[in-house]
Design a protein around this ligand. Sequence first.
Ligand code: DGY
Length: 324
Amino acid sequence: MPENRPRIIRSVRLPQPVEDRITASFDAPPVPTSPLSTDEVFRLAEETKAEGLLVTHHAAIRGADVERIPKSVRIVATVSVGLDHLDVKAILDRGIAVTNTPDVLTDCNADLAMMLIIAASRRVKAYTEIIRNGWGHTLAMDELLGVRVSGKTLGIIGMGRIGQAVAKRAKGFDMKVLYHNRRRLDPLDEHGATWFGNLSDMLPQCQILTLHLPGNPESDSIINAKTLSLLPKGAVFVNAARGILVDEDALLDALNSGHLFGAGLDVCRNEPDPAPRLLAEPNVFMTPHVGSATIETRTAMGMLALDNVVAEVAGKPLLTPVKA
Ligand code: DGY
């Protein structure tokens, strides 16, 4: 084998173009058939003296795991924008680089958030059930009506790259867009949205609310009984960010009482085993954490992670380094 083939372990199978590049230019064990656990990633890295670990949230490296990262490892390249499965500071403190895959997944995540907004507002779950059961009767004019999306007031919590991409899309739906962020953005990045420094001031105006902020102890349960009660009756709630952001019992209570019209969720607390009540709720439209799951985006994410490994091994600047 030529010596300049970086040695990597990937915790999941990646799209075919990425796998082809790995075969052509990297030394790596065979494609995992199912996601590898952290222990399996470390074991293989130890055996193969891997320099790079390509991981996703299936193979978290937190707390005591960090000390167990094999000595050969120079970079942890997560194939995600989210970092909640990594103890970034501790990994960096060990002298191991960390990279993620921002930007390349922004559009797809924003597209998915729009899909959830529309699906939850327009009762896609109920209609899909009817079709699955053979349709069979003409719906009455007032039967199973959804709520209109166009022209509504949309609140965005977290106006990073993805939040901004959602704001841009919402303009195409003639929505009035509000956002809550710790600090106000440069007007050019606001895309016509109005900033609220205080979440409680924004919520009563949000007919639709969507979350685009990282999941961490600070944002844990930012959506709870109190914040939900501030939304207007009949609001639609969307979360394509992280499950930890939501108190799910409070969400279900708000749906059952009719305070919320519906919810669209790509994430939940106990992935991949959502609370049965969430699955059973007719007004919850769920997808299985697939914000970035398009051929183009997952390929770009895998390629970017590999580019970062190549850069690290060659002693060149990383493309998307994560700082502590
Ligand atoms: C991300 O990139 O953070 C996605 O949510 C996958 O975890």
